[in-house]
Ligand binder design. Structure first.
Ligand code: FEO
Length: 494
């Protein structure tokens, strides 16, 4: 089956209604997905991306009903991950010498997956073009780390279609192809779930890349993603939405998530939630048990929140493993400008709460005082938990005028309130206040002018302004544009 997209462009992808797992089992798909491949037939015939390797047979069968494969002049691989290039092996068996246009980084990924270094790769960079006839060209735009080093987008002039690959997509399956044809709430829910769980760490790159694309000053009539729908109605809406999400996004929302051995920490969570609502009825409060709720939904809520409460019973003097896993994910997602507080019930020591507090601080959250309750909270302890929620919510309220001052506050006599753990990043001591270091905003690698980067010919003593434009971060291989002054970061961390 094919679907007409525009003029001589057809969708030749694959729908996957039943898939539930992506990236192993780390991303749960609640609405299926699609693997979007596009066939452009101008004077040249071009295939943009393929589909997941599990659908290679169906993909080729479908494509062969549409076209003699030998008519394909070349293939564009915007991204080498298996859900897009998985069917390449089967396709290249049929048309082995067909040129494959991709980034240099993609060759490494494609060969690494398919083990065919002899394929006819054609490396492209941002701004490179190919004439496909009928006064139309393809323009390539590299998009490294959105979300793999090999990622790129392809723009078709004349039709003004941006083939954006993962960017602006969503794991969403529907028999309709276009954004104006589907349930708008479902669509935007899946867009946010996708951005928050996959793209959040690269937000600074998202902003930079969008500005770069906009600087080309070309019309965008459609955005043809590689998952989910094609944006044809007001396609720039998703660009503007991405810019908003990439800008340290938060709503007036507080998320509480916990794990609980004996229901005691859960009782604390409920009381804290009530306390928050007492002083700020307008704030959205969402409560999740990590053992029972969808992890990606929790992370999407953290993304939307101004602050989070994280709770765990103490087990063997550490936090419960699912909470530890969540904190690891949150650290990797590199949320910015959010607040957090730890809480939990304990029996004979409360190591979990201390560890949660330290982990949240290390993950960049502005941490408030923690709360521990011994054994099962009685009525007095529940009042104290509720008061704790009130006090923290007051601190976190974005608009102090929205506070309901009429509600009398109970005297805060919390069973045990731990003082914040002082965790000073080691790097602060290593870098004086007037240091000229630069930090990679993606992976936190630090460029110190005193050390330089001799592996790239940057001698010790080289100021950042004199570092050549070809310089790449040694850890994540991104360019100078993702670096920021280290001193600013340090000030925020202190
Ligand atoms: Fe849709 Fe990066 O895979």
């Amino acid at each position: 089956m094919t679907i007409h997209v525009k003029n001589n462009i057809h969708w030749v992808g694959q729908r996957d209604w039943e898939v539930q797992d992506f990236h192993g089992t780390e991303y749960k798909m609640t609405k299926g997905t699609s693997y979007n491949s596009y066939l452009i037939r101008e004077e040249k015939t071009v295939l943009i991306d393929t589909v997941d390797h599990r659908f290679s047979h169906q993909f080729l069968q479908n494509l062969e009903m549409e076209i003699d494969l030998k008519e394909i002049d070349f293939i564009v691989v915007n991204h080498a991950e298996e859900d897009h290039s998985g069917a390449l092996s089967a396709l290249m068996e049929k048309i082995p010498n067909t040129p494959i246009y991709c980034t240099e980084a993609a060759i490494d990924s494609i060969v690494g997956h398919h083990h065919h270094p002899e394929w006819n790769f054609k490396t492209v960079k941002t701004g490179d073009t190919i004439d496909i006839g009928n006064n139309k060209q393809l323009i390539f735009i590299e998009a490294p780390m959105l979300h793999w080093p090999d990622s790129m987008m392809t723009y078709l002039t004349g039709d003004s279609v941006l083939f954006s690959n993962d960017a602006f997509g969503q794991h969403y399956c529907d028999e309709h192809l276009f954004n104006d044809e589907v349930d708008q709430n479902e669509l935007m829910d899946q867009c946010l779930r996708y951005y928050s769980n996959i793209l959040t760490p690269f937000s600074s790159l998202v902003t930079a890349k969008i500005k770069e694309v906009l600087s080309f000053n070309v019309p965008v009539d459609m955005i043809a993603t590689s998952h989910g729908i094609v944006w044809r109605d007001n396609p720039t809406q998703i660009i503007h939405q991405y810019l908003e999400w990439a800008d340290n996004y938060q709503e007036d929302r507080i998320t509480i998530f916990y794990d609980s051995m004996s229901n005691n920490t859960r009782m604390m969570a409920d009381a804290i939630a009530q306390g928050i609502h007492d002083v700020d009825p307008k704030v959205a409060v969402k409560v999740f048990n990590v053992s029972k709720h969808d992890k990606n939904e929790i992370l999407a809520n953290v993304f939307r929140s101004k602050g989070v409460f994280v709770g765990s019973s103490t087990m063997n003097n550490v936090m419960m493993p699912k909470i530890a896993g969540m904190l690891e994910e949150i650290t990797g997602l590199r949320f910015k400008d959010k607040k957090a507080a730890a809480f939990g019930s304990y029996g004979w020591n409360g190591g979990a709460v201390d560890r949660i507090h330290a982990r949240l601080t290390d993950a960049g959250f502005e941490t408030a005082v923690s709360l521990k309750t011994k054994w099962r909270p009685d009525g007095k302890a529940m009042r104290e938990c509720r008061e704790h929620g009130r006090q923290i919510a007051k601190q976190w309220t974005l608009d102090s005028a929205s506070l309901i001052s009429a509600i009398p506050l109970v005297e805060p006599k919390v069973v045990t309130k731990e003082q914040p753990v002082q965790t000073t990043p080691i790097a602060v001591d290593e870098h004086p206040a007037d240091c000229q270091c630069m930090i990679c905003t993606v992976c936190n690698w630090i460029y110190d002018p005193a050390i330089g980067e001799p592996n790239q010919g940057v001698e010790p003593g080289t100021a950042w302004d004199d570092v050549p434009d070809y310089f790449l971060c040694p850890d994540c291989h991104l360019g100078k544009e993702v670096f920021a002054e280290y001193s600013k970061d340090k000030t925020e961390a202190a």
